[in-house]
Write a protein of this length. Sequence first.
Length: 446
Amino acid sequence: MKKFFEIISNIWKIEELRNRILMTLGLLLVYRFGAQVVLPGIDTSQLAALSSNTEQGILGILNAFTGGAFANASVFALGIMPYISASIVVQLMGIAVPYLQKLDKEGESGRKTKNQITRWLTIGICVVQAPAYLYSLGALGVPDSAFLLGKGLSFIVPSVIILVTGCVFAMWLGEKITDKGIGNGISLLIMIGIIATMPQAFVQEAITRWDGNGGPMLILVEVILWFVVILASVLLVMATRRIPVQYARRSASGGYEKNIMGSRQYIPLKLNASGVMPIIFAQAIMFAPGLLGRTFNDTAIGQWMEVQFQDIFGLAYNILFALLIIIFTYFYTAITVPTNKMADDLKRSGGFIPGIRPGKETGSFLDKIMSLITLPGSIFLAFLAVLPAIVVKLMDIQAGWALFYGGTSLLIMVGVAIDTVQQVNAYLLNRHYDGLMKTGKNRKVA
């Protein structure tokens, strides 16, 4: 405990880190406050049915991603998911559209242009989703009497503008957290929304068990199992394979004089280099089949999609979910781990992998290794993602609490938490303090 308070004190001593943490907490507080602000013209006392209809299924996940804003008919009801959807579209288009490929090669200016395209696409998606959300409120149990201004244009047009603005504002908050705060802003907004629903889910599960469905002992078993899953998630995020690298200089004959620039070093290649992004991307797409089924439920295919993909613990849903996660893990790893660039950097710095020729062969070797270690990583990630469906079937856990056994919720929480801790750790180590992930005495240099 003393060590913990010492680390907190060290964090507070670093002015830049302290300001970034306070900025992050302040912007997250603004986001959580906005999730409680209901759209003008809606009677909040008549939203009980909307809340109960969004506790389970695909709408339950959507509500968790927005931190309850979806069930509150809040100004942030669309959450940050339109931005995630736009990011997916832009990255997928980057494979086939030459203009976007050119932007990737232009460095910082190209990244800014690409971000601007993503923002405009986000607004376009919001313009489609906002009226769809408003018209779906009636189908989700909100009575006509709850619409104080009626359902005409006098209500729809201002509400669409507010919902679009709310999503853009949430996107701005996320980008500001990334630039001025600590951690990835968009991921933090999703995580804080998920955390907001966790206490209520656990209390409901504990009450159910305590009243006779298993008793206190089963509650203890569930909590222990939950910590085991957390540990497995941490191991997945942190696991790496180290590739040995030696450094040398060119000899007069054009070859390499080995082992003259120091001891052997390593390239750490992560088992799951893409983090939680495949989960977020796959989940964003998994909203589509169920919503399409609800929209076209007067057709045979629409009814089938509604039945199969509204149940997030069903077989068809989880098979497709797992496949998408594996696909996106490979896709995102290919984007974020530039093996050819790593090989070129090694060659320029006089580094080489023992037994592998520098340059193109090194790039091919690194690419092969990444493909080999990504396969088990993606399968393990997919398994953890569908674990809630398994525990529901085997242990009869309530749906709300089951979402935190692996799945989208827990993996996002663990991944974002580790990424944020690593950033804080880097600040501490750069200022010669012990990091959050390192034990020992204070190493401050006078």
